[in-house]
Design a protein around this ligand. Structure first.
Ligand code: MN
Length: 133
């Protein structure tokens, strides 16, 4: 269904389980990382089609993580969508400024999450933004 795995970087086990299950039921292959460092390592190794990035992580701020993804030629073209509970004004702008392509607020909407995510893989009416090797 997708062009490659979706990398889910999330330290909360319940959020990981919920988001991962929804995406797997939508036909996606999901790679999971509970820390930013593990997520950055997997992003280089697996070249996912999309990264879903929790902004509050134990080891590294998610905004710093996306800056590192953008700074590395191997991962610079991968779409990154911020996942954050900090649903406050300015957060989306901060996420975009750091290099995120978009933003999904937590708690996630279980009815729309899969389609929200896939929109970033295949923008409606737009070209395919997914980086290819
Ligand atoms: Mn978190």
């Amino acid at each position: 269904m997708t062009d490659g795995p979706i990398l889910l970087i999330e330290d909360n086990p319940l959020n990981m389980e919920l988001a991962g299950e929804i995406l797997r039921q939508a036909g996606c292959t999901v790679l999971e990382a509970a820390t930013a460092q593990e997520g950055l390592r997997l992003a280089v190794e697996a070249r996912p089609a999309l990264v879903l990035l929790d902004i509050q992580l134990p080891d590294l701020d998610g905004l710093e993580a996306v800056r590192r993804l953008r700074a590395d030629a191997r991962t610079a073209g991968i779409p990154v969508v911020a996942l954050t509970a900090q649903a406050m004004k300015g957060d989306e702008a901060a996420a975009r400024a750091a290099g995120c392509n978009g933003y999904i607020a937590k708690p996630i909407n279980t009815r729309s999450f899969a389609s929200d995510v896939l929109t970033f893989l295949h923008p409606p009416g737009g070209r395919d933004h997914v980086a290819r090797p």
